[in-house]
Design a binder for this molecule. Sequence first.
Ligand code: DPP
Ligand code: ZN
Length: 884
Amino acid sequence: TTLVRREDYLAPAYWIRTADLTFDLDATKTIVSSKLAIERNSALPVQPLRLHGEDLNLLRVLVDGQSVSFRHEDGLLVIDAPAADAFTLEIRNTISPEKNTQLSGLYASGSGLFTQCEAEGFRRITYFLDRPDVMAVYTVTLRGDAKKYPVLLSNGNLVEQGTLDGGKHFAKWHDPFPKPSYLFAVVAADLVAREQWVRTRSGKEHLLQVYVTRGELDKTEHAMNSLIASIVWDEARFKLPLDLERFMIVAVPDFNMGAMENKGLNLFNTKYVLASPATATDVDFDGIESVVAHEYFHNWTGNRVTCRDWFQLSLKEGLTVFRDQEFSMDMAGSPSARAVCRIGDVRALRERQFPEDAGPMAHPVRPDAYQAIDNFYTATVYEKGAEVVRMMNTLVGREGFAAGMALYFERHDGQAVTCDDFAQAMADANPASALAQHLGSFKRWYAQAGTPRLNARGNWNAEAATYTLTLSQQLPDTPGQSGKQPQLVPVALGLLSREGQALPLQLQGEDAPQGTERVLVLTEAEQSFTFIGIGAEVVPSLLRNFSAPVVLDDGLTDADLLVLLAHDSDAFNRWEAGQRLALNRIKAALGHGEAVQLDAPFVEAMRSLLREPGLDPAFKDLALTLPSEIYVAEQISDVDPQRLHTVREAMLDQLATALQADWAWAWDEHQVQGGYRPDAEQSGRRALANKALAMLVRAAALSGEPVWPGKAYQRFKDATNMTDRLGALEALVGAHHELAQPALERFYALFRHEPLVLDKWFMLQARAPEKNGQVFAQVKALLKHPDFTLGNPNRARALLFVLAASNPAAFHRTDAAGYVLWADKVIEMDAINPQLASRFARSLDRWRNLAEPYRSAAREAIARVAAKAELSSDTREIIERALQ
Ligand code: DPP
Ligand code: ZN
């Protein structure tokens, strides 16, 4: 395998202006006939035409209707001497969708045929210049059996359809927008659609369709509503209208990713389309809303303006994640619901991206090199990329950001561009901003990997009545990168009196205070900021709303944190103070090797938070959730996952017992009245009630008291929605109560024919808190269950990924059995689906941070996979990096 480097980028030697494709569709053998109008790029010297192709069976090649000599070289089809500067290339080849278990290119799922082309799947359909800076206008004719494939879809507009001999029919589609091949899509299947016409602000009518298999139409209402809301939002917030006559979403059960933004024809993992109150949880409803929005928003940020090369992936992904996060916040509504969204996003960032930045796969938001681009659809490119965009938004303000977006589209609509182009547009639209003044320092966020450490120390001078805050930053070395430069860090802050009052903020040199919250801009390695008129000791509330993706060391004591927990006006920092108090106790218990004994101030702080009148239940749920084992593991070294689990479980036991009466109050108080709505208000109440129930069952399991487990079983049986049913089941399973087994059996019997619900059944068992190796043993048993398969990515993720990536104590065992299973399954999966396997392989990324005997055993398992000769380049890259 070869390394592709960003600095080696060259413009394409040829352009493809139009692509006229015909598919004779068949699961065993599909014939692809392609007619391409090609033009030489006259800016470059004459070169051979080199086309990408993978797993194709070539039948013929014609240039301007004549046969031409060609050769194969390094997986490319090379035509040394194309006739002229502009010519027609005709290619005919066959492919086998049913043999395509990689789910990249054209593949079979159920009885239908579907495509996935990002990043490099189009070359598995036909020979092409399969790179995002080559954009063509596509006309696609689909021919196939009318019974098997009654629905034939491709991008753009339907221009013709009709019947053919032999029980076949055809459909012809034309997409007027030039697009890169990764946005191409085809669907041939037996589907039904929910349809809706909408009128956009310009007065144009558009047809929206959500396609699913028969029998699933009643689960498409939420996806359709989310799509309509997304269209309205993008027009209102960014003046970006729907530019298509028809916008289609198609749900596919076998899908490597969440969804795909193909122009006008989005393909979705069923998980992000299908939902009814009986089968989907509040979290699922939220996920659908945000993924539908994400893919829809790509129509502008990704499709109208796309990436010049795959190193620029965050240009579209970071920006589009930022947009879907903002959309979800606007949909959630109230300030506290927005804060709940933000906390969720930051938790995900810190549990997935921070470990990535600290491990062997650390890479900049704009990577410099890759072996397999599929390995770079990462938390860094997506979530850290979104944080980089969010910092720009913080620096230029909401209006300034909208102006930057407008300039970006004015300059680049219809082009394939770079991250630099986006940052430049943002800066040029806001010339007076700190972003524009320090653009070079800001852009290091794209170039330097690693999570910055932000150190903050305050010094109160009683005589001068000043408070001087000294901020400094340090960026750790990462594989292949050292000696890094300071980055621009926006630090949002407030100062509180020890009684919790917000203080007016006036910096030295200013005429008057400027409110009680502001953003300091750190651009150097170290800078000091002096506030005046500070008559007493203060508690700083730094990095409000998580204003930069950094690790903060502010030296605050528990007493300081208790002030913030009780009084901070910034909901994020209030939550953060509670997390830090909990983390301090976990670390202390790990340090002295004794059982945790929770102190009264902490328990009382948690109690008053839970009981605080008027505080959002969703926020209470988050504030009463202890930092996860994965998060804690990143705060320490030589991690012993078993010990960590024991300490955290003991803390949960104590919170369950000490707050028993309060949990019972919370359960009673947060029952939802009336019909099910997946909105922020109801889902917050359900989340807190379910948390309370889990705590009550936990306490009951400790004391042997039967009432709460009985109530949980009753709730499990009677629940009218999946959130409550699963919550009750999880309470029993989480406490290892004897009622868990009958409940699991009943759940299986009820939902065995609902694949997405069955995924939950597998997942629930894989993520149960480990106890004496029972959870690991259960996962091994479930691998042999007739409903388990590695062929369906959702099923594989539900059981194996959840075990290895989300249940440290079940996975990291002193007998190394988890690692043995990991290695076996990486190898087995790799032969079926390399993208899935390499993703799974990453669950051992952080092996170097483990204590012995885990570390050596993990290394041995990785080395065993590395010794395999026939690994895919996807998995090879992950394994090699892990051992470097
Ligand atoms: N581009 C897709 C998305 O992020 C996934 N590859 O929406
Ligand atoms: Zn995306």
